[in-house]
Design a protein around this ligand. Structure first.
Ligand code: MUC
Ligand code: MG
Length: 367
C-alpha cells in the first residue's frame, strides 16, 4: 500500500459545445490526469480541471506543482495515511484541483487495493444520483431548445441556468422562458458566477420571484461581504456558496457569517477527504448541499457521483454530473451514461473506471 510514484499528465479534448458563463468560457478540456502508483502494482486515477478564472490554476501549473512539490511529499507514504498527505499538501496554499486530484487518486488506489468501491468506503448511501444539467449563456430560445434536448435524450429534468449578464433582464427572460415552456415539469435554479452586484442580484431575484426557483448560487462577488449578506437576508430560497467556499474553513465562515445558506460541494476542489469535512459541516449547520461540477470530464464526474451517492444529504438533490456530455471524447474504456435523468456510479472497486491507454496516447499533450 506504499505510494511509489505520482504522474501528472496533461491532455486536451475539445468540446462540441463550449460552455459560457459570467466568469469565463470553456472550449477545450485541458485537464491533468493524475495517477498514483503503489508498490503492489495498483494505480489510482483522478483528473484536475484547471479553472484559471476561479482558482488561478493553469494546466502547466498543476503539472508543475504535482511533479515538483506534491509527488515528493507523498511518495513513501501508505494509502491509509491520508491525513498525513493532507497535512503535507496544506503547507502549500491554493492549488485546490491539483491537491484534490492527488487525494482522489489515493482513494481510488485504496479502494482497488481493498477490493471495495470508494463510494462504499465514504458512506455507501446509494449507487446513483439524479442529474442536473447546466445551461450556458445563449438566447432564451436556444437555452430552451438545449434543455429540451437534454430532457428528451437523457431524461434530465433539473437545470442550473447560468446568469450574471447585464441587463439582468437578459437572464431573467431565459428563466421565464424555461418555466413557461416546461411548466412544473422541471426544477430550475440559477448560478451567477459572481457576475452581478448585490443590488442587481436582488433586482433579478425579484423579477424571478414567481418562477419557483430551487436555489440561487454565487450571484455577486463574495468579497463584497456586506452586500452579499444583505442579499442573502432578503431572499427566501437557499443561497448556494460555490467559488466563495474552496475550503472547509470558508464553508464555516460563510455559513456562520450569514452570507450563504447552502453549499456546493465540488470534489474537483475539495477531493474526497476535504469534501467529507464540508459535508459534515454543512450537515451540522443544517444547510442543504448540491454536488457541483467544475466542468469535469468523465473521470471527474465518476469522482463526483462516487461522493454524492455516498451520503443521504448529497444524494437528495440532483447533482451536476452532465458537463462531460458536451465533450467530443473522453479517456475511459467504458464511458458514463445518463439514463432517465440518472447517473449510476460505475460498478467496481475504487472509482470503478479504467483509463483507455489508446485514448490517453491520442489526447496527452506532453510529447
Ligand atoms: C459552476 O457551478 O460555477 C463554472 C465556473 C466554475 O468555477 O465552475 C463552473 C460551474
Ligand atoms: Mg457555480
Amino acid at each position: 500500500m506504499k505510494i511509489t510514484r505520482v504522474d501528472a499528465i496533461p491532455f486536451a479534448i475539445p468540446y462540441t459545445k463550449p460552455l459560457k458563463f459570467a466568469s469565463g468560457e470553456v472550449t477545450d478540456a485541458e485537464h491533468v490526469l493524475v495517477r498514483v502508483h503503489t508498490d503492489d502494482g495498483v494505480v489510482g486515477v483522478a483528473e484536475a480541471p484547471p479553472r484559471p478564472f476561479t482558482y488561478g490554476e493553469t494546466q502547466a501549473g498543476i503539472v508543475a506543482v504535482i511533479e515538483r512539490i506534491f509527488a515528493p511529499q507523498v511518495v513513501g507514504l501508505t494509502l491509509t495515511e491520508r491525513e498525513v498527505v493532507g497535512a503535507r499538501l496544506s503547507r502549500t496554499v491554493g492549488n485546490p484541483t491539483a491537491k484534490s486530484a492527488v487525494d482522489m487518486a489515493i482513494w481510488d488506489a485504496l479502494g482497488r487495493t481493498l477490493g471495495l468501491p470508494v463510494s462504499d468506503l465514504l458512506g455507501g448511501f446509494t449507487d446513483r444520483m439524479r442529474v442536473s444539467h447546466m445551461l450556458g449563456f445563449d438566447s432564451p430560445a436556444a437555452m430552451v431548445a438545449e434543455a429540451e434536448r437534454m430532457r428528451d435524450t437523457f431524461g434530465i429534468r433539473t437545470f442550473k441556468v447560468k446568469v450574471g449578464r447585464r441587463p439582468v433582464s437578459l437572464d431573467t427572460a431565459v428563466v421565464r422562458a424555461l418555466r413557461e415552456h416546461f411548466g412544473d415539469g422541471v426544477e430550475l435554479y440559477v448560478d451567477g458566477n459572481r457576475g452581478w452586484s448585490a443590488s442587481e442580484s436582488l433586482r433579478a431575484m425579484k423579477q424571478m420571484a414567481d418562477l419557483d426557483l430551487l436555489f440561487a448560487e454565487e450571484l455577486c462577488p463574495a468579497d463584497d461581504v456586506l452586500g452579499r449578506r444583505r442579499l442573502v437576508g432578503q431572499i427566501d430560497i437557499p443561497f448556494i456558496a460555490d467559488e466563495s467556499v474552496p475550503t472547509p474553513a470558508d464553508v464555516t465562515r460563510e455559513l456562520l457569517g450569514g452570507s450563504a445558506t447552502a453549499i456546493s460541494i465540488k470534489t474537483a476542489r475539495t477531493g474526497f477527504t476535504q469534501s467529507q469535512r464540508v459535508h459534515h459541516l454543512a450537515e451540522g449547520l443544517g444547510v442543504e448541499m448540491v454536488i457541483g461540477n467544475q466542468i469535469d470530464g468523465q473521470i471527474g464526474t465518476a469522482c463526483a457521483v462516487a461522493f454524492g451517492s455516498a451520503f443521504a444529504a448529497t444524494a437528495r438533490h440532483a447533482g451536476e454530473l452532465s458537463n462531460f456530455l458536451d465533450m467530443s471524447d473522453d479517456l475511459l474504456t467504458e464511458g458514463l451514461h445518463i439514463r432517465d435523468g440518472v447517473l449510476r456510479r460505475p460498478a467496481g472497486n475504487g472509482l470503478g473506471i479504467e483509463v483507455d491507454p489508446d485514448k490517453l496516447a491520442r489526447y496527452r499533450t506532453d510529447h
